[in-house]
Every structure is written in C-alpha cells, then in structure tokens.
Ligand binder design. Structure first.
Ligand SMILES: Cc1ncc(COP(=O)(O)O)c(C=O)c1O
Length: 371
C-alpha cells in the first residue's frame, strides 16, 4: 500500500545525516532533535503547543487524561474508524458512544452527534478519516452549545486544512481543545518506528500534558499527577525533522495520484470515487478509498491481489460490532452508513511515489474486472 523504500532513497542523505547527529551526540531521549521537531511542527501547524509522545494511541489517551474526564463520562466518536480511537476511551473507563458517519465524506455524522448527546456527554472525538478533514465548524458549534470538549483524532490527516464559512482555514488537529496524531511509518508524516504528538492552543492544558507524558513530573522526582511514560525518541525526531519540510510536497503527490485514479475510474457505474476538492486541501489522501457498488467488491479485491496490486478494506467490521465494544444500547438501524461502507470500501495503494505507469496498471486492472 505504501513505498517507503523509494521515498527513503530520495531523502537518504538528509535522513542519514540527521540520525548520525543523534548517534554522535548520544542524546537518545529528549535530545535537541525532539525540541527542534516540536518547534518546527508548532510553526507548520500554527498551533501554540506540540507535545511529542510515543505513538498516536498514547496521544489520544494523554489528551483525554489531560481533560480530567471522569469514569462514566460519555465520549462520542465515529463507528467507522480504527479501533485506537474507541480503545483509549474504554481504557480510561469513560463510556464510548459510537455514532454513524456520513456517506459523502465517511466522517462522523453531525446529526448523529446531536442525537447521541445526553447529560453525561463530556466530549466528542471526531476522526479526520483517510486524510479528509471532518466538519469542524459544525462540531465546534455543537461543542459550544453543550459545553463539550473536542479531541481531534488527526492520526490520518496531518497537513489537511479545515475551511470555515468566513473563508479562514486552520490545520486539522488544531481546532478542537486538543488534537492527537500518529507518526507511524505509513502515515502522511511517518517516522521509522512509532511516534505521536498532541497539539493544543491552551497553555494550562499544554503544561498538564507535558507532565503526564513524563510520569506526571514537572520537577524531577516530584509526581504531581498520575502520568505515563510516552516519549518520542531522538532518532524518530531526527527522521521527522528531515521529512517535515517535505510534508506539503508529499500531500501534493498524494493529491495528484488521487486525481489520476479518479480521472480513470470516476463515472463508472460500479465505482464511487472520493470527492476531490481543488481549493482548500481538505483531503490529504492518507488513503484513496473507493466505494464499489452493486458489484463483487471482494472478488475485485482478490483480482487485484492476484495481479500483484496491494489493496485493503479499511475497515471490514464496524466498531459497534466488535466484541470488545458491543453495547446493548446500540441498534443496527443506528448505523446504516457504517454497515453499508464496510461492504463497499476498497482502498488502493496510496503514497508519494506512485507513478503514471503504476496508476494505469491499477486502474486498468479494476476496469478489466468490473467491465
Ligand atoms: C484513526 C487513527 N487513530 C489512532 C491511531 C493510532 O496511532 P498509532 O498506531 O501511532 O498508535 C491510528 C493508527 O493507525 C489511526 O488510524
């Protein structure tokens, strides 16, 4: 699905030099590379505080710990996402409340959020799924109306813009009270191991989060709050320092590939291609995900795999149907879109190194099967 090797060869000298510096200075934990990356990412995102941590799942967990949510508080999130989002809600003994998504962008349904709010609701976790920004303007308006926290799961959409009705744009992940991202190698900004970060514009919250990531310490061996050990190591920060200046270029390469896929496939009777917006960079194509309608999606997937084309179903099972997250309150009729999407979606290879020949081979192979 990704080609990290070809990407690495293009930036090999920068990455190698950056890693070499860590080895020479022997500062593997909290070294200057981590601080440099934190500052550079704050500038790129135009956010006051970036708190690096060990991975995207920790980033979500730490963000929720920082908001003082209490066991039993209800947290609304999307039914159609990777399990990490709901996992951390459950781990903190909060009550996950899954809601359906919208068909046109596969992101959390605004109407669904409104319907799910109860007196116990304390937070909403929108996920910018597959690289497309969720409707943050509407979500922030609901949050304000009901006095709720918004924690953005931005693991898949770093660099995407959210556009507001007054014409302004802000980076996904920086609009809610707190945002969380992942630097897993295949992500749009990926390191060469695990990594993550939390973003906020709130000074007091940032201070608290900086303690939580470091065993609750603000002063050495003084543990003021219950914390965790979650660090971005200096070697991963060195890789990220080499890649962050290329993030917008990488985003463009993904958008170009998406456009080429869509030119070849959109309009076919069995294919719904993702909507591509040419004006605001609201989709950075972490995944290029088709909907295959009234056709054998699984047969098409096997056909592509047989032809050596990687492809995948993200996600095959709705979270409300997963053993760990089943809840008697959920009814199947509450999730018509997620239940539909799990039968239709098919993600194609998507990365910064896709060339025209590969795209043609992939799209020809799809059309050969669907006719
Ligand atoms: C939507 C979403 N949230 C959270 C995560 C967790 O990130 P990590 O794998 O870095 O823990 C992922 C990772 O795939 C994700 O896709």
């Amino acid at each position: 699905m990704v080609d990290l090797k070809s990407q690495y060869y293009k930036i090999k000298d920068t990455v190698n030099n950056s890693i070499q510096e860590v080895l020479e200075t022997n500062t593997y934990i909290n070294g200057p590379q981590v601080h440099q990356f934190q500052k550079a990412l704050e500038q790129y995102l135009d956010v006051k505080h970036v708190i690096p941590c060990a991975n995207g799942t920790d980033a979500l967990q730490i963000a929720m710990m920082g908001l003082d949510l209490k066991p039993g508080d209800e947290v609304i999130t999307a039914d159609f996402t990777f399990a990490a989002t709901v996992e951390v809600i459950a781990l903190l003994q909060l009550t996950p409340v899954l809601v359906d998504v919208d068909l046109y962008n596969m992101n959390i349904s605004i109407e669904g959020i409104r319907k799910a709010i109860t007196p116990k609701t304390k937070a909403i976790v929108p996920v910018h799924l597959f690289g497309r920004a969720a409707n943050m303007e509407a979500i922030m308006a609901i949050a304000k109306e009901y006095n709720l926290y918004v924690i953005e799961d931005n693991a898949q959409a770093i660099g995407a813009n959210c556009k507001f009705s007054d014409g302004t744009k802000k980076k996904a992940g920086t609009i809610g009270h707190v945002g969380a991202t992942s630097f897993f190698p295949s992500k749009n900004l990926g390191c060469y191991g695990d990594g993550g970060a939390i973003f906020t514009n709130d000074d007091a919250l940032a201070h608290k989060l900086r303690g939580i990531v470091n065993h609750g310490m603000y002063e050495r061996y003084h543990h003021d709050v219950v914390g965790v050990n979650s660090r971005l190591d200096s070697i991963q920060a060195a890789v990220l320092n080499a890649k962050l200046p290329l993030l917008d270029l990488y985003g463009k390469a993904r958008q170009d590939a998406a456009r080429k896929y869509s030119i070849a496939l959109d309009g076919h009777k069995n294919i719904i291609a993702p909507f591509i917006c040419d004006i605001c960079d609201c989709h950075v194509f972490h995944q290029y995900t088709l909907r295959i309608i009234a056709a054998d999606r699984n047969g098409l997937m096997q056909h592509l795999l047989d032809k050596g084309i990687p492809c995948a179903i993200y996600y095959p099972i709705p979270l409300h149907s997963q053993k760990a997250y089943k809840d008697a309150r959920y009814k199947e009729e509450d999730f018509p879109i997620t239940n539909q999407l799990v039968t239709e979606v098919l993600s194609l290879p998507m990365h910064t190194e896709l060339d025209d020949e590969q795209i043609k081979y992939i799209t020809d192979s799809i059309l050969e099967f669907l006719k």
